[in-house]
Write a protein that binds this ligand. Sequence first.
Ligand SMILES: [Zn+2]
Length: 259
Amino acid sequence: MTGRRQLTLIDDAKMDQLGVAAFASLKKEAELNKDPAANEYVVCVTAAILQVIPRDHGPKDGRWEVLVFEDPTPNAFALPGGKIGVHTGMLEVATTPSQLAAVLGHEVAHVLLRHGNERMSQSILADTALNTASVAAGVAAPQYQDLILGGLGVGAQFGVLLPFSRKHENEADEVGQIFMAQAGFYPAEAVTLWQSMARTEGQGPAQWQSTHPADETRIARLQANLPKAMREYEAARAAGRDPRCEPPPDEWVNPEALP
Ligand SMILES: [Zn+2]
């Protein structure tokens, strides 16, 4: 999708397995949000994004799963194998459907661009104790768990954190903004989202914020990409793509979860 050459030592089926396994352990550790309005809303925005992504890059069976986690930190992630998680705290920062679409477009872009595979492959090469062939074959072995979770970007829950590189972030921003526009979400809201992110930064530990700095460079790049994204948006609207996802009413917020 970017035309860039990538080092990917792990095959896609193995990456999918790793993503599915990491998601299963997250499900066990974390608390799921049971509010129907919040879940319907997140599913609605996710489904609109998934409708426009290239079919040949996602999970083999084309099926994705999205869950809302009861967690006040503004975090969201997508894993190979078609697994997506959104924290309730993200709904406090991404306050409109288009802003949530910007977050999800970005996260799904990381997966489709094989960024996790590239990061793991780079870690493998950097670790001289590992032999690339044996790792590619046995990467699911317990001793590689930290590397895998870090490479997938969900390590913080388990005490490992490997931020995506600036290059990966730029690619996911650019491709993600196009995805949201193609789905019929207003792409200028990606800029608004990152401006809100910048305002809430430093209010406590949050994985997404520490790995996704909302700096001026990022915001300027999203603004520069906007004319291209707007053309996609106009085309999507002309084609009748107008996702109507209803954000949950304020009452769904659990007052005890607020600071
Ligand atoms: Zn990212």
